[in-house]
Ligand binder design. Structure first.
Ligand SMILES: Nc1ncnc2c1ncn2[C@@H]1O[C@H](COP(=O)(O)OP(=O)(O)O)[C@@H](O)[C@H]1O
Ligand SMILES: [Mg+2]
Length: 296
C-alpha cells in the first residue's frame, strides 16, 4: 500500500486538485483508492459526486483512532472511496490540539483492518494550507511520501522555504513516526520567463551539490530529503474544466494538440515518477468516458 499526503502551508497551489486526480487516476487503473479529506474547507469531499454517503467522516476516524466502514463514502469513480471532512466548526482541530498523541493518531488509524493492506492499494490525504494545523501535521506524518505542489512564482517558492520546510523541521521530534520523502512538483506552470527562472533556481537550490554548500544547517537537514520531480504540471484549463464536469482531468483531456502534454499524459508521467512500479500501467478511460479533445 502507498500513502501520499499533499502538503503546503500555502493555499490555492493545487493540493486538492492533485489529490483528486492522482486518486482517480489510480482508481481508473483498477487500484482501490481511499481519499482522506483533512481540510476543514472540505473541497476534496465535494470534488467528485458522491454515490453513497457515509454517516460519519474524519472526526470519527481521529477521535476513535479507527477507520470503520461507516466513515467511508463512495464516489462516482469506481474504486475511489473517501473519508469526508466534517469539521466545519473546527471542533476536531481543538480536540486534537490537546492530545499528546496528536501527531500519530491518523497514522495509527490507518492500520485499521478496513484499510489494511488487503483492502486499499493506495491512500491519498489532502490537507489544509495554513501555517499551523494539528490535523495537517498528523496527515504529513501518516504518509509514505509527501507531495508538495510548488507554483513557479517567487511568492510560492519563498513560502516553501520559510513556511513548509520550517513546519517539517518541527514535526518529527513530536512523533514516533518519521516523515517520508518529500517530493515537490512544479505545478500550474505558465509559459513565462519568470516561471522558468523561478523553476531553475528552485531545482538548483535542491541539487545535492548546492545543498552541501548551504550555510543554513536546518536547510541541509530537511533539504536533503527533498526531491524536485522531473514531471511538471502546466497551468491548463483541463484541470479546472474537469472539476465542473465532476470527472478527473485524465478522462476529460486524453489528447491535445500542441506542445503541451495532455492531462492524461501529464498525470500518468507524474504517477509513474512517484511510483515507478506502476510505470506502463494506463488508466481505463472508457467507463463513463467523456473524452474531449484539447484545444491547441
Ligand atoms: N494545473 C492547473 N492549471 C490551472 N488551474 C489549476 C490547476 N490545478 C488546479 N487549478 C485551479 O487552482 C485553484 C486552486 O487549486 P486547489 O487544488 O484547490 O489548491 P489547494 O488545494 O492547494 O488550495 C482551483 O481553482 C483549481 O481549479
Ligand atoms: Mg485544497
Amino acid at each position: 500500500m502507498i500513502k501520499f499526503t499533499l502538503v503546503s502551508t500555502k493555499g490555492g497551489v493545487g493540493k486538492t486538485t492533485l489529490a483528486a486526480n492522482l486518486g482517480a487516476l489510480m482508481a481508473d487503473m483498477g487500484l482501490r483508492v481511499l481519499l482522506i479529506d483533512s481540510d476543514i474547507q472540505a473541497s476534496l469531499s465535494k470534488y467528485f459526486p458522491i454515490l453513497q454517503e457515509a454517516p460519519f467522516g474524519l472526526t470519527k476516524v481521529i477521535t476513535s483512532g479507527m477507520v470503520t466502514p461507516d466513515c467511508i463514502s463512495r464516489t462516482a469513480i469506481e474504486g475511489l472511496d473517501i473519508v469526508r471532512s466534517d469539521d466545519s466548526e473546527k471542533t476536531l482541530q481543538s480536540w486534537l490540539m490537546f492530545r499528546i498523541d496528536r501527531g500519530d493518531r491518523l497514522a495509527n488509524a490507518l492500520q485499521s483492518p478496513c484499510v489494511s493492506e488487503d483492502y486499499y492499494d493506495c491512500i491519498v490525504i489532502d490537507t489544509q494550507g495554513s501555517p499551523s494545523c494539528p490535523i495537517r501535521d498528523a496527515a504529513a506524518l501518516a504518509a509514505d511520501q509527501i507531495i508538495i505542489p510548488i507554483n513557479p512564482d517567487t511568492m510560492s517558492s519563498r513560502e516553501f522555504y520559510d513556511g513548509t520546510m520550517d513546519m517539517f523541521a518541527k514535526l518529527e521530534p513530536n512523533s514516533r513516526y518519521r516523515l517520508g520523502p518529500i517530493k515537490t512538483v512544479i505545478y500550474k506552470k505558465k509559459r513565462t520567463r519568470d516561471a522558468k527562472t523561478v523553476e531553475e533556481t528552485f531545482r538548483s537550490d535542491f541539487s545535492p551539490k548546492n545543498l552541501t554548500q548551504s550555510i543554513k544547517q536546518d536547510f541541509i537537514k530537511m533539504g536533503g530529503r527533498v526531491t524536485v520531480l522531473n514531471t511538471t504540471v502546466p497551468d491548463a484549463k483541463a484541470y479546472t474544466e474537469s472539476v465542473t464536469l465532476g470527472i478527473p482531468a485524465h478522462r476529460h483531456e486524453v489528447k491535445r494538440d500542441g506542445s503541451m502534454p495532455s492531462a492524461f499524459e501529464t498525470m500518468h508521467a507524474l504517477l509513474w515518477e512517484l511510483v515507478p512500479n506502476l510505470e506502463g500501467m494506463y488508466a481505463n478511460t472508457s467507463a463513463d468516458n467523456q473524452q474531449v479533445e484539447g484545444d491547441a
